[in-house]
Design a protein around this ligand. Structure first.
Ligand SMILES: Cc1cc2nc3c(=O)[nH]c(=O)nc-3n(C[C@H](O)[C@H](O)[C@H](O)COP(=O)(O)OP(=O)(O)OC[C@H]3O[C@@H](n4cnc5c(N)ncnc54)[C@H](O)[C@@H]3O)c2cc1C
Length: 303
């Protein structure tokens, strides 16, 4: 009889603290951490991954909530999408809460975690543009060396997503540090179906009145979220930060198009005098989608 059942991992460890989890990963370098398992078990079930061991993070209560720290929220990597979608969290970090609410059907939101979404780093990861617009920083916990114990280091989320910095053996994402901006934020997602689905494009817009900044990140159109920095700076210069922060609808529309063209640019013009190449229809459609999302997200943040 043939079976498609995946070969079970030989060892499953269920540590009760981050320190124990790091020790378990250090003792067994071939083991992989698993949080909600929504991405990892899909890879195991499809035969893409055969982990020799699993280190389950579900019993580590210190990473399932959040705490306040110097004007920031220190979010545990084990926060589920369902928890982040609740009103108390939405009052703190509206863009991240909206992204978490958009992440898959309820079963996935109940199990899937912030840390898993970040480490999977799928282009369609819904929390990623929100974290990029928020300039979030990861607190990575790892082994201290021959003395034993754990040490931590900080990695900007964009560095991990761009592959500038990687997780080293034995390291885990413990927490995500997000500034509390006390200002409107928006996250919008487009899918090609009704109901929950993977994103074709996402846009997060965050206002930072203290720095007089508008920060925007576009997800799903590239391997990692993109920041249209020139469009951000341009629109921030138009906003009356000391007044009602209103903006002409035409300026919101121009911002959407500016941001979309930065993320999905025109092909480079040939320098041999031949006909310029135009964007294929699918890319033009995607650019229009991003422009609409960016316009609406900015409009909502400024409303
Ligand atoms: C049907 C379905 C629909 C989905 N829809 C969406 C969607 O709409 N939007 C979306 O964004 N995602 C979606 N997902 C993907 C998935 O649910 C999310 O990426 C989720 O956040 C992953 O979290 P997890 O806890 O399940 O991660 P896991 O599957 O447990 O782990 C994923 C990866 O992260 C690593 N990892 C987990 N936690 C840590 C940590 N703390 N430190 C270091 N490494 C860690 C694991 O080793 C593994 O490599 C969907 C998945 C499914 C199966």
């Amino acid at each position: 009889m043939t079976t498609h059942a995946p070969r079970a991992a030989h060892t499953v460890m269920l540590p009760g603290s981050l320190d124990e989890a790091v020790a378990a990963l250090t003792a067994m370098p071939a083991a992989v951490p698993v949080a909600g398992g929504t991405d990892l078990m899909a890879a195991v079930n499809s035969g893409l991954l055969r982990p020799a061991g699993l280190v389950g993070l579900g019993r580590i209560s210190e990473i399932r909530g959040w705490q306040y720290q110097d004007g920031h929220a220190l979010l545990g990597a084990g926060l589920t999408h369902a928890r982040m979608g609740r009103p108390d969290f939405a009052a703190l970090i509206p863009a991240l809460a909206a992204a978490a609410r958009a992440a898959g059907p309820p079963q996935i939101r109940n199990a899937g975690t912030l840390g898993g979404n970040i480490v999977s780093a799928a282009p369609t990861g819904d929390t990623l543009p929100a974290l990029a617009a928020l300039d979030a920083v990861l607190v990575v916990v790892g082994p201290k060396g021959i003395e034993g114990g754990t040490t931590s280091r900080e990695v900007p989320v964009g560095h991990l997503l761009a592959g500038v910095e990687m997780l080293r053996p034995g390291e885990l994402v413990g927490f995500v540090r997000v500034p509390l901006l006390h200002a409107p934020q928006a996250f919008l997602k487009a899918t090609n179906r009704t109901g929950p689905g993977r994103a074709t494009a996402t846009v997060a817009v965050v206002l930072d009145p203290a720095r007089r900044q508008v920060r925007c990140a576009v997800g799903a159109v590239a391997p990692m979220p993109l920041r249209p920095l020139d469009a951000e700076a341009w629109v921030a210069s138009l906003i009356d930060w000391d007044g009602n922060r209103g903006l002409d609808p035409e300026a919101c529309r121009a911002f959407g198009e500016y941001a979309a063209a930065a993320c999905i640019p025109d092909p480079v013009r040939p320098d041999d005098g031949s006909e310029p190449v135009t964007l294929p229809p699918a890319a033009l459609h995607l650019r229009r989608t991003v422009a609409t999302l960016a316009r609406r997200a900015l409009g909502r943040a400024l409303a």
